[in-house]
Design a protein around this ligand. Sequence first.
Ligand code: HEC
Length: 146
Amino acid sequence: MKFASRIALSAAAATLAVALAPQLMAHGDVTPQPVDTSDLPDIEGGNDVWVARNPYSGNARAIEIGASAYNQNCARCHGLQAISGGIAPDLRYLEPGESGDEWFQERFRHGSVRDGKVYMPPFDEVLGQKAGWTIRAWLETQYTEE
Ligand code: HEC
């Protein structure tokens, strides 16, 4: 019984992977949209030295910028309002505070590559730290318990 259901599960996973592949590749071609963060205070150490904790958490202007930056750069995979349609993780569940910041930063900077396939492209070089933290500040306002 256990064995059979495991086979059914992995078959479903394989079907999903095949269905997703062309979509993810198409997504990968979309040009990242620049984000204007000139209204926000600079980050200590500059845009290239990543800090552990989101300096814009709770900052109203950052949240506004982040909402639009998210829509233009992330929503096509993670869904409008951060409500996932199933292609990528639902980012409303990302923990608020520092532990969520750490995981956010890891994915934003480095993306996700598994078995040579790009599941998520890296965004650090194209958007930069300031823009990244605005998105994270907006995401925190969408936080929902799982
Ligand atoms: C091409 C599709 C795509 C785009 C565009 C994309 N992501 Fe992702 N993202 C993914 C996938 C797929 C995963 C899951 C990766 C994995 O599990 O290996 C992921 C994972 C994440 C995670 C970790 C979530 C978790 O619960 O583990 C965060 C945070 C994240 N993305 C943020 C963003 C942000 C912010 C943007 C926009 C700047 C963005 N992503 C753009 C596809 C995408």
